[in-house]
Design a binder for this molecule. Sequence first.
Ligand code: PMP
Length: 369
Amino acid sequence: MTSKDKKPEPNDSSIIVSRVSQEIRDISPYSVPRFDCKIRLDGNESPFSLPRQVQDKVDRVVKEIDINRYPDSEAERLIEIISRVCDFPKGGVLLGNGSDELIGMLITTFTSGTSGTGRILCPSPTFSMYKLTGLAMGAEIIEVPLDEKFDIDLDATISMIENNDPDLIFLASPNNPTGNMYSASKIAEIVSVAKGIVVVDEAYSDFSGYTFLPLVKECENLVILRTLSKVGFAGLRIGMLLARENLVSEINKVRYPYNINSLSQAVAEVVLENHKFVTENIQLIIRERDRIYKALSVLEGIDANPSDANFIFFRANDADAVFSELVERDILIRNFNRPGRLQNCMRVTIGTPQENDSFLSALGEILSS
Ligand code: PMP
């Protein structure tokens, strides 16, 4: 019997693990640290729950859902509403189970076949799922460091594009974790130079008030990603991809048939039809963000980056100590501290005015002790 013929013992996990692709074995998983804190300012979520009358409508529609049936595979009603709200043709809208799923669909569509280069380009630091999903699918990741203001280094990026011809370029603007938008003219230049697809991830664009959506009409290689997660509905897992219809119909081929569940479809329809409160909450978050940025800017030992998003990225002298002292005071933020560019870097999500006050006074106390 050759070793190939030998049947593995059922509990011999190393044999099974050896069948896991090397690319996946090399990945460190996306980790969401779990700390039981009362004030959670770590996930870039909205701190606001639904207003009473919207909650009542949600309760009514949820009661009527036939949970024994599959959801509408095409999420037709929800796409119609999104098309109206975004003023974009419905044939150009594709929904994902969060924009995370859409990132995966884009990578499958454009990098996994034989026709492309199998390369993905993104600035660094940025949202980790581009790299993580790309590596899992066997793509090569090209990272171009952002400049000292966390804007795109245009010369380096253009030369990487010209030398590597990436299938996909991911530009999160506003960027996570740095919070700033990239220069619009640099994004436009990249879209015009690239021969592959440029994805402008606008997960936080509701807080910047700036969108590249109108450019989709002129640019066949431009894809916009949006999400409901940052404006109050992270639990629904609804991501939106907006692009030319011919691109959307290709990407749609790799979509799982029932990727948006019935509850999420129904609830998203209600909240988008009643979205005045969403706009008001966004305005309040923007005002709070500007207030907190000002307060952080005068704190000794804190270097805050200007933000166009619903969070603020900052550097402390000793991020680990600040993090654990905040946790002790029941406040959770995100600690990115690791050697290199993110040394002592942290990110705080904008919460309710009371939560923000608690964060600011706790931080002031920690820094002065
Ligand atoms: N893009 C960016 C830039 C993000 O920061 C996030 C969430 N952290 C996502 C996409 C994923 O959002 P969703 O909840 O829609 O999967």
